[in-house]
Structures are given as structure tokens and as C-alpha cells.
Design a binder for this molecule. Structure first.
Ligand SMILES: Nc1ncnc2c1ncn2[C@@H]1O[C@H](COP(=O)(O)OP(=O)(O)OP(=O)(O)O)[C@@H](O)[C@H]1O
Ligand SMILES: [Mg+2]
Length: 506
């Protein structure tokens, strides 16, 4: 089917409007938005906008800039263009090449920039920028109040990406809280001073393609394609916390050899202050994973690390750093990967001196069975993956609730969570008892780092004494963000995290 002649590129539309202006000087109205699942609210708004002038042009947010939760947009920009072009009230439609409408307003120079009335309260930062640019080009900003409905609401209701049980959970959750209630807990974290402690890890991903079997040995020969490295371990935990807390300091272990300190420092998020403890005779930990890119499967992993215990002098240095600083923080989040940073003395100091201590003891190939949460005599909040809980209790298939209680009691923890991968999380505190919350992920690209992202956000909630259902919900939203990207390639970002939350309330 031929495409509508109303569909233009932004450059074509700019030229076309300039030509028209030279001839007839039409009063151009400009609307901008996502228009995912076009509905009657949009149509009325666009008709109303058209009536304000002589010509209506619409710019559309490109797929990569749609920021409404991980399962969006539901319709590609090409389909959204077709839907808009089919409306009589629209004269021209184009895809916007940048995240906000400002560049398009500058180019199109409309007489009127029209927005829906829901933007009138000016709570979205983009709108303030758009208003400033509209003023610059002499465009009036009009708010149109007509039938209010939202694509997000309709999509959630009729095309939910979740199964029935998760949809039911969300409906119940929406009855207890509004999006603003939930976001308010994150806002409270702005007053917090947090210290993150544990090993720095550099995660590397090597993409390669299969060539075949080597002629010399029965091994798979591959060809290097590309590689990427990301800040992992406590670097990732601190980066996830940075947008939400007033202050995030990091005390991370690097190797005294091949410290990679410059790389590490340059990969800390804005707002994270890094201090480092250097382990003698060791490299900074690098975990390199080889992936076959055509099938998208992992092939092999190699870790660069020295797991020998720390020397007495290193231990003394670390304990000195902890001793002088622990009491300064509202919360200390320990992501302990079991690679010998946290010695028994350091653990004792953490347990004795942190005002609020949140801990995960990560089980991995290097520490299997040697590194469980009972290394810690006390913690206020513990977040473990299911396997870590089973390892701690030496119980392969025991009842999770009983195991959770047992571990909580052993550590005198007020709150404890066990993350269950695609089944979400089970949490406990004395006030609320048990609370099970499903995963909210709709797009699972890679699971690496999911538990750390859950730990970061849920630890803040636990330190703020947020209700348990809010802690589990926010932990799972964080988990969903984490699994949607490769490894630790993306750290949490306040605005898109809030939008993700808001999208689940529509
Ligand atoms: N396969 C998945 N499908 C859906 N959601 C997932 C999946 N894996 C993880 N999640 C989300 O991430 C959260 C934490 O993940 P998980 O229980 O796998 O932690 P983990 O085993 O500690 O991960 P890691 O140590 O690899 O970072 C879960 O509670 C859930 O919200
Ligand atoms: Mg984990």
C-alpha cells in the first residue's frame, strides 16, 4: 500500500512550511507526542488543535526515545505515523529525531504549540524546555482540555504484557497506592547519606562468531567481533543508588596491580564519590564473558582475580578506613562477592558500627558454598537470591518461608528478601509478615546484575522503613530495568524509573 503523502521527514516538513509561509502565511499548529495506540482522547485533542489554526503538523517520538516503561512503544514509529496520517485533521506528520520536541519547534516555527491539558501543571521538565523554545520562536503554547484518556491506561487494560496473576497483583497494588505515593518513598531517599562497600568488578563481554571446529583439537574456534566493558559489582550498586540519594560514597576493592583506577573512576555515575582499598598481589577483578553473537548464547567465562586472603597489613588498612567512616552514614549497603575483600574483622566492624546495614552475599563460581550470609553476625536488611538462601541453610528444597525466618532470626534482621528470578521476590518483616511480589519484567535481555539492582533499591526502602509491599514492588521494578539491558550496561536513572513506575499505574 502506498504511504500517505502527509508523511514527511522533519527536513522536508521544515522546507515545506517555509515555502508555504512565503506564499500564504498559514497559521501553523504543532502537536508533539508518542501516540502509541491512537484513541478518542488523542483524536479530539488533535481536532481541537487543528481548529486553532490553518494547518496542523504533528511530530512523533521516535521508538528509541519513548520512555514509558520497558514494554513500550507497543506500536513502532512507522505504524504510529500511518495511524496519524489517516486522520483528516492532520496535514503533515513527521518523526522527531531527538528525545524532546524542542529541536522540532525551532525548525518548524509554529504559531501555536498545543499540548494536552494534563501537562498544564508543568510537572514534566521537558515541557518547561518546550515552553522556553516556543517563546523563542514566537509560538503560543495552548493546553487543550477534551476527553482525557491515556494510551498507557488502554494498553495496560486491554493489551497487558503481564500474565493474569501479575495483572491481579498490580490491580491490588493500585488500590493501596498511587504512583505518587510510591515515588514519594524514592524522594525521601534524597535525604540519605549512603556508603556502598564491596569489590569493584569490571564486566567484559566479548562477542564472537563461530568458525567451526579447530583442525588441531576438538575445540570450537571462534572469530573475535567486538567487546564492551561495564562497571559491575559495587560500582554498579553505587551507580544505581546515585540518582536517588543525597550522597553516595563508595569504598571498593581494587587490585594493587592493574588497578584500572582511571577506567573505574571514569565509570562512576555523577554523585558517586569513590575511595579505594588496594589488595596486594592482585589485579582489579575482571569477569570476561564470551558470547556467540549469531545465536546470542554464552560460550565461556574467564575471571581475572586473586582469591587469596588479604595480608594482615591490607586487612588493617581496610579496617581503619571502615572504622573511621561507618558511623557517618544513614545506611551502609554491602555487596559482598566473596572475593576476599571483606575479612572477618571488616565484617565485624560493619555489623557493629553501621547505623543501618544492608547485605547481599553473592554466590558465584569462585566462592561456591564458602560464602554465605552467616559470615555476618548481624544485618538490618538482607537480600539473597533463592540459591544463596538454600546454600546458607544447607537445604536444597526446604520451605522458603521457614528458611527466610531462620536466616532473619540468625542475623537479627528486621527485613529480609529472597529474589526468585522470573518469579519475582518473597519478602518478610515483622510488621507485615510475608509478602510475595511477581517479577515486573517484560523484556529479559540479560540477568547479570539483576540481584544487585534489586538490592540497591530495596535496601533504600528498608532503611527508610517503607511498607514491605512498596519495598518488593520497587525492588522488582529495579529488577525489571536491570534484565532489560546487557549486564550492567545501564544504571538506573531517576526520571525513567519514575516513568516506569507511573506506567504500571495506568
Ligand atoms: N528471568 C527473569 N525474568 C523476569 N524477571 C527477572 C528475571 N531474572 C531476574 N528478574 C528480576 O530481577 C530480580 C532479581 O533477580 P534474581 O533473583 O535473578 O537475582 P540474582 O540471582 O541475585 O541475580 P544476579 O546475582 O545474577 O544479579 C527478580 O526479583 C526479578 O524482579
Ligand atoms: Mg545476586
Amino acid at each position: 500500500m502506498a504511504r500517505s503523502p502527509k508523511i514527511k521527514s522533519l527536513a522536508e516538513l521544515t522546507q515545506l512550511l517555509a515555502d508555504l509561509r512565503a506564499e500564504t502565511a498559514p497559521r501553523v499548529v504543532h502537536c508533539h507526542g508518542v501516540f502509541d495506540l491512537l484513541h478518542i482522547g488523542h483524536i479530539r485533542y488533535l481536532q481541537h488543535a487543528r481548529a486553532l489554526g490553518d494547518l496542523l503538523v504533528v511530530t512523533l517520538t521516535k521508538d528509541e526515545f519513548v520512555n514509558k516503561g520497558p514494554h513500550r512503544p507497543a506500536f513502532t514509529d512507522e505504524l504510529r505515523l500511518d495511524a496519524l496520517a489517516a486522520l483528516d485533521c492532520i496535514d503533515y506528520v513527521a518523526i522527531n529525531e531527538t528525545p524532546t520536541a524542542t529541536a522540532a519547534i525551532r525548525r518548524l516555527k509554529p504559531a501555536i504549540f498545543a499540548k494536552g491539558a494534563e501537562f498544564r501543571d508543568r510537572k514534566t521538565p521537558e515541557l518547561l524546555e518546550e515552553e522556553a523554545v516556543a517563546a523563542e520562536v514566537g509560538a503560543a503554547v495552548e493546553f487543550i482540555d477534551d476527553v482525557r484518556s491515556s494510551s498507557s491506561h488502554l494498553l495496560n487494560k486491554y493489551l497487558s504484557p503481564f500474565d493474569d496473576a501479575t495483572e491481579q497483583y498490580l490491580q491490588n497494588f493500585r488500590e493501596s497506592y498511587t504512583a505518587a505515593d510510591v515515588i514519594a518513598w524514592l524522594e525521601r531517599a534524597k535525604a540519605m547519606k549512603v556508603l556502598v562497600v564491596g569489590e569493584a568488578i569490571i564486566d567484559e563481554y566479548f562477542a564472537c562468531s563461530t568458525m567451526g571446529q579447530s583442525a588441531k583439537a576438538p575445540i570450537l574456534a571462534t572469530r573475535y567481533e567486538s567487546h564492551e566493558r561495564f562497571a559491575g559489582g559495587t560500582l554498579a550498586v553505587a551507580n544505581h543508588l546515585a540518582p536517588f540519594c543525597g550522597q553516595v560514597d563508595l569504598l571498593a576493592m581494587l587490585g594493587a596491580q592493574d588497578t584500572e583506577e582511571e577506567w573505574v573512576r571514569s565509570h562512576l555515575a555523577r554523585g558517586v564519590t569513590g575511595r579505594f582499598h588496594y589488595k596486594q598481589d592482585s589485579p582489579t577483578i575482571v569477569k570476561r564473558r564470551y558470547r556467540e553473537s549469531y545465536f546470542g548464547v554464552p560460550l565461556f567465562a574467564i575471571n581475572f582475580l586473586n582469591d587469596n586472603p588479604q595480608s594482615a597489613s591490607d586487612n588493617a588498612k581496610l579496617c581503619g578506613m571502615l572504622d573511621e567512616s561507618l558511623a557517618d552514614y544513614d545506611a551502609v549497603v554491602v555487596a559482598d562477592y566473596g572475593h576476599q575483600m571483606l575479612t572477618p574483622q571488616a565484617i565485624q566492624l560493619l555489623s557493629d558500627k553501621a547505623r543501618f546495614l544492608a547485605v547481599n552475599t553473592q554466590a558465584n563460581a569462585a566462592n561456591m558454598g564458602f560464602h554465605t550470609i552467616s559470615k555476618y553476625p548481624r544485618a538490618d536488611y538482607v537480600s539473597l537470591a533463592e540459591r544463596e538462601l538454600h546454600l546458607e541453610c544447607r537445604s536444597r528444597g526446604g520451605n522458603l518461608e521457614e528458611l527466610l525466618l531462620e536466616v532473619g532470626k540468625r542475623l537479627y534482621a528486621t527485613t529480609i528478601a529472597v529474589t526468585l528470578g522470573k518469579r519475582g521476590a518473597l519478602c518478610y518483616n515483622r510488621r507485615a509478615g510475608f509478602h510475595k511480589a511477581p517479577s515486573l519484567a517484560t523484556n529479559v535481555v540479560d540477568r547479570v546484575g539483576a540481584g544487585d539492582t534489586f538490592l540497591a533499591i530495596s535496601a533504600l526502602c528498608a532503611a527508610l522503613d517503607a511498607p514491605l509491599d512498596i519495598l518488593s514492588f520497587l525492588g522488582n521494578v529495579a529488577g525489571a530495568e536491570a534484565v532489560a539491558a546487557v549486564g550492567n550496561s545501564r544504571s538506573l536513572e531517576a526520571l525513567s524509573f519514575q516513568r516506569h513506575i507511573a506506567s504500571l499505574f495506568k
